[in-house]
Design a binder for this molecule. Structure first.
Ligand code: B12
Length: 336
């Protein structure tokens, strides 16, 4: 992506999120209730903010949240060979129920979820096209779990690679505890190469979807870097962990003693998206850190939270974590 455009987008998003945050703080202070993270309501908030005096029109043009995928055409990946398939076949929308009792209500319900509802059936079985689509999505999910992150991507982002105590993917799936611990070689390499005790340590891991990393990490990582730099926050030496789990951040905390660890990791694939990325955050993670002290921004992909926007948003969350010296439930408690 063009670095200037990236910087422009990051600046606009940070500006917008900061004004959004001040509005939320006002509302929360008035209501005095529990404050929830707003990232799942992004779209509605963006619409409501149209009267704010920041360069709205520009931002709206640059960032758009994609609607749920509903047609065969939109889910056809670019790499799939389409030369020998008629265009009208590719563009055909899965029809689903042929004579629903209430067409309008069904359309309304379908517009609210990416789940496979109202897809009809043929006798006792699913229709052939729904069944094929299911098989296709299932295969994509399996590929995402078993695949490897592209070396080229790691090279481009200058991330060196280390391993957990997991040897292969079968062990990874059966023994999550091994994926939460760094190997001895990894510990030595990290100690040798990384800056000690930075404010923010960014780590990338394939987790349960290498596809999620391939598709999204570059944009999230670059916009997160931009956001942190613009806030004057010190970033440590980033690296990649193969076959990692979320709690591996505790080992990283012990080794490097950063204030905040941000782990960009592939999510378990569902049948809607196999390329969804999460960013898990924790303030001073250590051995014995409880799950409630971690937090997550999930659903980062082109049909969910756009990666560039997620990177910028993460920057503002990190700023908050550093300010309150807490993350997760402890952060919410301190904030209130
Ligand atoms: C699997 C899963 C779980 C499993 C994790 C089991 C395990 N050991 O793997 C179980 C059922 C225990 C679970 C529980 C919860 N989950 Co959950 N979970 C997921 C799911 C489907 C996949 C996560 C994943 O792939 N992680 C990556 C892999 C590599 O991580 P891992 O190391 O194998 O496992 C760790 C993470 O999964 C993490 N984790 C799982 N859920 C959550 C939620 C939060 C808030 C945090 C901080 C961490 C966390 O805990 C695991 C152990 O360290 C996501 C959906 C998604 N699209 O991401 C929802 C999701 C992350 N979970 C969610 C929620 C709300 C929860 C709960 C708070 C539910 C509840 N009310 O109790 C709890 C919190 C658990 C915690 N660790 O703090 C939400 C988070 C929403 C948000 N953005 O804040 C998601 C996005 C689902 C959703 N769409 O609502 N979850």
């Amino acid at each position: 992506m063009n670095p200037e455009l990236l910087e422009q987008i990051t600046r606009l998003v940070v500006e917008k999120l900061q004004s959004q945050q001040s509005i939320e703080t006002e509302v929360t202070e008035k209501n005095g209730g529990v404050q929830f993270w707003p990232h799942t309501e992004q779209k509605a908030k963006l619409e409501n903010l149209s009267s704010l005096p920041i360069s709205e029109a520009k931002t709206q043009e640059l960032i758009s949240i994609q609607p749920y995928i509903t047609s065969v055409e939109k889910t056809t990946p670019p790499s799939r060979k389409t030369d020998d398939v008629p265009v009208e076949e590719i563009n055909r929308v899965i029809k689903g129920l042929e004579e629903p009792a209430d067409q309008e209500e069904l359309e309304f319900l379908k517009s609210k979820t990416p789940a496979r509802i109202g897809i009809g059936r043929a006798g006792l079985r699913p229709k052939t096209e729904s069944w094929l689509k299911f098989r296709y999505d299932h295969a994509a999910a399996v590929d995402a779990v078993y695949g490897d992150v592209q070396e080229k991507l790691l090279k481009n982002l200058q991330l060196f690679k280390v391993h957990t105590q997991v040897t292969d993917k079968e062990v990874y799936i059966r023994r999550p505890d091994y994926g939460r611990k760094l190997s001895d070689e990894a510990k030595a390499l990290i100690k040798e190469k990384c800056k000690h005790a930075p404010a923010v340590q960014i780590v990338v891991s394939d987790g349960l979807s290498s596809k999620a990393v391939d598709e999204n990490v570059e944009d999230v990582y670059l916009s997160l870097q931009q956001a942190l730099q613009s806030m004057g926050l010190e970033i440590g030496t980033s690296f990649f962990i193969e076959k990692g789990r979320v709690a591996v951040m505790d080992d990283i905390g012990e080794l490097l003693r950063p204030k905040v660890v941000v782990l960009l990791i592939g999510e378990r694939p569902g049948l809607v998206s196999a390329e969804s990325l999460s960013a898990y955050l924790c303030y001073e993670p250590r051995k014995g850190t409880i799950e409630a002290d971690r937090m997550v921004i999930s659903n980062i992909h082109k049909g969910g939270i756009p990666p560039v926007e997620a990177g910028a948003y993460l920057g503002t969350v990190i700023q908050k974590i550093l300010h309150y010296e807490a993350s997760g439930v402890s952060l919410v408690q301190k904030e209130n």
